[in-house]
Design a protein around this ligand. Structure first.
Ligand SMILES: *Cc1c(COP(=O)(O)O)cnc(C)c1O
Length: 352
């Protein structure tokens, strides 16, 4: 605290990211990074772009990257917005599209950055409880709001809401924007991007941090009809005209174009998730059905916090949220086969 702060800063409650440990000898299953490296073609493109041109500003709207993403999803360039990680894209969405007179709706168990943005931008919000199976109940969102946002698959539950339900939500709430945060969609769901031509109130966000293994590059994007994208452009150009640097733009293009590598690593994560789910169930864990690159699970007889601490003592870090309804749970990112096995070995030892 300091008297130099703008008064409003005292009221902020910032997001707390998962730990990024300083040592390399931990099995890191706490922040949903991809256990496989980025596409070698992306790394090559980044190296090739590290030249004298870095003295020049990047293309401000990431034109070529937008073209690449538009082509990938069968959309037009005017339907794509790029930002410095999808967190930045989300921030612009909250300010540009979700700040109206009524509360914004999102699930009670969801991405914990959402209430942080509401706090930052002065947006009223209401948490809508998931059902007792931790699933989104679409009918609960039939109420006046300034918009709706949720991750699909949801985080940290991993549960997927089917596209039919998303369409129902879009039709029920055609006066407000519905944001589907698809950070994990490539690990088991079908993107809502194909609904964009049909629904002017749909905005889909994605990131290259998870399925493209480029969390360190910071590239995310939003897909929607041009009127929604224009609002994001207006906010972006009132904040930072050059959010995505030259290296990130070329690296992202190469990563999206390397479909073979994407498919191979995505399938490996899915296979490891299936193995890990089975192994956890054998240890008596309840594991929610996950379509993401993590599982959310609880043991009937052991506290989540205690298990997380015991795992850490054995060199494995997972995420525990000290929050109502989910204190018992652990969120475990899908690692390599060896990492998944180390986790199971450590848990077997802990559970005796
Ligand atoms: C990881 C994550 C993001 C943020 O991704 P970045 O592009 O790395 O900023 C957004 N939403 C959800 C639900 C996430 O889990």
């Amino acid at each position: 605290m300091s008297r130099y702060w703008s008064p409003f800063v005292h009221s902020l409650s910032p997001y707390v990211p998962g730990e990024q440990p300083k040592t390399d000898n931990l099995v890191k299953l706490n922040t949903n990074e991809n256990p496989f490296g980025p596409s070698p073609k992306a790394l090559e493109a980044i190296r090739a772009a590290a030249d004298d041109k870095l003295r020049l500003y990047p293309e401000p709207s990431s034109e070529q990257l937008r073209e690449t993403i538009a082509r990938y999803y069968g959309l037009t360039t005017e339907q794509v917005f790029i930002g410095n990680g999808s967190d930045e894209v989300l921030a612009h969405i909250f300010l540009g599209l979700l700040k109206h007179d009524r509360p914004l709706l999102f699930p009670d168990i969801s991405y914990s950055f959402y209430p942080v943005y509401c706090n930052l931008y002065g947006i009223d919000f209401q948490r809508v409880p998931l059902d007792n199976q931790f699933a989104i109940r679409v009918d609960d969102y039939l109420q006046p709001s300034s918009g709706i946002i949720f991750p699909n698959p949801n985080a940290p539950t991993g549960r997927l809401l089917p596209l039919d339900d998303i369409e129902r939500l879009l039709r029920m709430n055609d006066g407000v924007v519905i944001v589907v945060d698809e950070a994990y969609i490539d690990f088991g769901g079908e993107s809502a991007a194909r609904l964009i031509p049909k629904y002017p109130n749909l905005l889909v966000t994605q990131t290259l941090s998870k399925s493209r293994s480029l969390a360190g590059l910071r590239v995310g994007f939003a897909l929607g009809q041009p009127a929604l994208i224009e609002a994001l452009d207006r906010v972006k150009n009132s904040f930072n005209s050059y959010p995505v640097d030259r290296l990130a733009q070329v690296g992202a293009i190469a990563a999206i174009e390397d479909e073979a590598y994407f498919e191979q690593t995505r399938q490996a994560v899915i296979a490891n998730r299936d193995w890990l789910t089975g192994a956890l169930k054998k240890l008596s864990f309840e594991v929610l059905p996950s379509q993401a690159n993590f599982v959310f699970c609880r043991h009937p007889a052991h506290e989540g916090r205690v298990l997380a601490e015991a795992l850490r003592a054995r060199g494995v870090i997972v995420r525990h949220f000290d929050k109502p309804r989910i204190e018992q749970f652990l969120r475990i990112s899908i690692g390599t086969e060896a990492e998944c096995r180390q986790l199971i070995d450590a848990l077997t030892e802990i559970l005796g």
